[in-house]
Design a protein. Structure first.
Length: 362
């Protein structure tokens, strides 16, 4: 029976249309649109210094589709701990087609399939082998719950139903829990914990990360999102070997292109900079290097209760010819490409359009 050791890690870094409407106009980029869940009124506020007209209030006796803001809810990019492109920083994928950072209300469930490919997968005690498309498939189940629209909690588990004939990895490939909190309108803070097995049954890894993300909306179809944080990843090896660990500063830059609450497209780049590390890997020294991951993804979110999304990412971790720069972790531990496809189901969120003070992205 495999023994799961207790793992503890801590990281801290402080850093100060509707789709079906006949005649829909998205709010201008300098307008905050609010819609109370239980009221029929819609309020717009112009907060620019040189605005030609003062704030205007429109009231209707029946709900109207013409100015409804439809925050969207979607894909759980929850962390694998060691890679932001697999991780928590993104929040819900439907937020990439809308204007909020925190899930407004209710909860969502997501199922995802990840296909991993690599030119050279490190193998303990043998030469590296390629991973072809469909050689390695990981399935993920995750849930996300809104806490009054001001915060959200998440949890997920990863399983390995398909692997190559020359590997014998555990079916369970990791679990994570996390939370995100809205801080001011443009910002959200995340905290995440994750744990999983290392390759070849060598032991277990854990990860803790925290940071702040910000979204700036420059047009009704374009936003920019940035994030800065820190993570710590300890590696606990079986057999009494010394524990290795890695601390990184992590950063993300992302461009979001959206047709309001209908479709979103994103381009992102994630950077990891090792600031401290210790211990050794079973094969010798541990010498982590800076890394950069890039990704392109899209989400279809026209339907009230459903999202479909896909992402293609290129994950960078060390060099194939230098094992000391890599990690013995299947997801994100070495250079690889990941194709992710997922479906999200939303519960308890009512109509597709909602906003108000839940909208943190303006």
């Amino acid at each position: 029976m495999r023994r799961v050791p207790a793992l503890l890690a801590f990281a801290f870094l402080s850093v100060p249309l509707p789709a079906l409407a006949d005649d829909v106009r998205a709010p201008p980029e300098d307008v905050v649109t609010t819609a109370d869940d239980g009221a029929a009124g819609v309020t717009t506020v112009d907060d620019t210094a040189d605005a030609p007209a003062p704030a205007t209030t429109l009231t209707a006796t029946e709900p109207t589709p013409t100015l409804a803001v439809e925050p969207a809810v979607g894909h759980t990019y929850d962390a694998e701990g060691i890679s932001l492109s697999s991780g928590q920083m993104m929040g819900s994928a439907r937020s990439n087609s809308s204007n909020w950072l925190i899930l407004p209300r209710g909860w969502e469930a997501t199922g995802e399939l990840r296909l991993l490919t690599a030119d050279a997968m490190p193998l303990a005690g043998g030469p590296a082998q390629p991973m072809r498309l469909t050689d390695v498939a990981i399935t993920r189940a995750a849930v996300r719950r809104s806490l009054a629209g001001k915060a959200e909690i998440t949890g997920g588990i990863d399983l390995l139903p398909k692997q190559t004939s020359y590997t014998d990895e555990l079916v369970w490939q990791g679990a994570d829990v996390g939370a995100r909190f809205g801080i001011r309108q443009h910002y959200a803070e995340w905290v995440d914990l994750a744990v999983g097995p290392m390759t070849a049954d060598q032991g277990y890894w854990a990860s803790a990360s925290t940071g702040v993300q910000r979204r700036a909306r420059v047009h009704q179809t374009l936003s920019f999102q940035t994030a800065l944080g820190g993570s710590v990843t300890p590696l606990r090896f079986d057999g009494g070997a010394e524990m290795a660990w890695l601390a990184e500063v992590v950063a993300r830059g992302q461009a979001l292109f959206m047709a309001q609450d209908m479709f979103g497209l994103w381009l992102s780049a994630d950077f990891g900079f090792p600031v401290a590390h210790g211990g050794e890997l079973p094969g010798g020294a541990f010498d982590p290097t800076s890394r950069v991951d890039v990704a392109i993804g899209c989400v279809y979110s026209v339907v009230d209760d459903w999202d479909v999304y896909a992402e293609l990412s290129v994950v960078d971790r060390g060099d194939a010819g230098a094992p000391a720069t890599q990690l013995p972790i299947l997801q994100g531990g070495f250079d690889q490409r990941v194709l992710s496809v997922g479906i999200t189901r939303h519960y308890g969120q009512g109509d597709h359009g909602y906003g108000g003070d839940l909208n943190l992205a303006y």
